[in-house]
Design a protein around this ligand. Structure first.
Ligand SMILES: *Cc1c(COP(=O)(O)O)cnc(C)c1O
Length: 385
């Protein structure tokens, strides 16, 4: 059953419906003008030269690693506190994810710990803006430069944000966005690689299309159909691309709505000593992905889970964002990871609650979600005393 106040909801208006409809009637359903427009739009928004559309954020991250030549025997440093795709893709190319613990304020990988984890085998940093927060991205960039390693920016939660004058998606050699329905903008499923590097862009265009050699991608008459590498079908069809074009045209509005919802939550919950509100960077350029609060350290993971269940019983969406990647059974079994290895990430992760968050959330819904959370906190306190 869906919650009456869902955790997330795409913001679809008549512009999106019209643009998709026109595309459906155009007769051109893949490799067409909408993909190009969406790519140009994403490159523009992030201040980069190239955009390469693809079938998901995960596919984009996979292609970025391949384009940078990351492969077997290489190590890629990343955070255990993210969506699992950030680390899974590293194994797609046969490399090893090396986790480092997070900074308890930003919830992003701690720069000092990244630096300490660099070895001869380190080929790249997979940097993630957790919940859209860009703190430390200038430090990551300096570390990558100093050690001459690649920086991939998993910006799947950060479209439209900026930090210290630089747009998110442009800190790394490559940036990647995802457009699943819970993201700031959606194409249903879809992704985008952005970069200033011609070779990386060209490699990704080829990789998403079965490895077809550059210059033959569109298969125009007279061109040679040469496949000079192992590629995939990671293409983005015209229908989602059209949805993306329409969503992107409303990006400022959507981000403004989301900022306003975040502001109202903060206003409503400020002063509640049971919870810790999200830290935002000094400038107000945050692209809000989700609104995640943390219970103070009196609460256990079981108590947190009970609070989430209680919220669902009251028809309010809530979720434990994110369970640590290193503690997933696949990672325990493959790498021998155990509890206690990344104590800050584990402690944070056992006490987070994502609250309902989307552009159209009304003041009443925000108040109801916050009141339901407070009710559940009260119940846990009664239980304990
Ligand atoms: C959503 C997300 C992805 C993957 O995006 P998909 O489009 O679902 O493949 C990767 N990394 C992070 C941090 C994400 O939040």
């Amino acid at each position: 059953m869906e919650d009456a106040i869902p955790l997330s909801l795409p913001d679809i208006t008549q512009i999106e419906i019209d643009t998709v409809m026109q595309t459906l009637l155009s007769g051109r359903l893949s490799i067409g003008p909408m993909l190009e427009r969406f790519e140009e739009g994403c490159a523009h928004v992030t201040g980069r030269t190239h955009g390469v559309g693809c079938s998901s954020g995960t596919a984009g991250l996979h292609m970025a690693l391949l384009a940078l030549g990351v492969g077997p025997g290489d190590e890629v440093i990343t955070t255990p506190f993210s969506f699992i795709a950030s680390a899974n893709v590293i194994q797609f190319v046969g490399a090893k994810p090396v986790f480092v613990d997070i900074c308890p304020k930003s919830l992003n990988a701690d720069p000092a710990k990244i630096e300490a984890a660099v070895t001869d085998r380190t080929k790249a940093i997979m940097a993630v803006e957790a919940f859209g927060n860009p703190m430390h991205f200038d430090s990551y960039r300096k570390i990558a430069e100093k050690h001459e390693i690649w920086m991939i920016e998993d910006s799947c939660e950060a479209l439209g944000g900026s930090y210290r004058g630089r747009r998110l998606g442009s800190y790394g050699h490559v940036g990647v966005f995802g457009f699943y329905p819970n993201k700031q903008i959606t194409t249903g499923e879809g992704g985008m690689v952005v970069t200033d590097d011609d070779h990386i862009a060209e490699a990704c265009r080829s990789l998403r299309n079965q490895g077809r050699a550059p210059g033959t991608v569109k298969g125009t008459s007279g061109s040679w159909f040469d496949f000079d590498r192992l590629g995939y079908n990671y293409r983005l069809s015209e229908i989602p691309a059209a949805l993306g074009v329409a969503q992107l045209s409303r990006l400022d509005e959507i981000l403004e709505f989301r900022r306003e919802v975040a502001r109202k939550y903060v206003e409503r919950l400020m002063g509640n000593t049971e919870i810790i509100l999200p830290t935002v960077p000094e400038e107000d350029t945050m692209s809000w992905f989700v609104f995640v609060i943390r219970l103070n350290d009196r609460y256990t993971g079981e108590e947190r889970d009970r609070i989430i269940e209680g919220m669902h019983r009251h028809d309010v969406g809530a979720a434990p964002y994110f369970p640590c990647i290193h503690l997933q059974s696949f990672y325990r079994d493959t790498f021998g990871y155990r509890e206690g290895m990344f104590p800050i990430a584990e402690s944070v992760s056992s006490r987070t609650i994502a609250l309902p968050f989307h552009a159209r959330l009304s003041e009443r819904d925000i108040d109801f979600a916050a009141s339901t959370l407070e009710l559940m906190l009260g119940r846990e306190n009664l239980r304990r005393d």
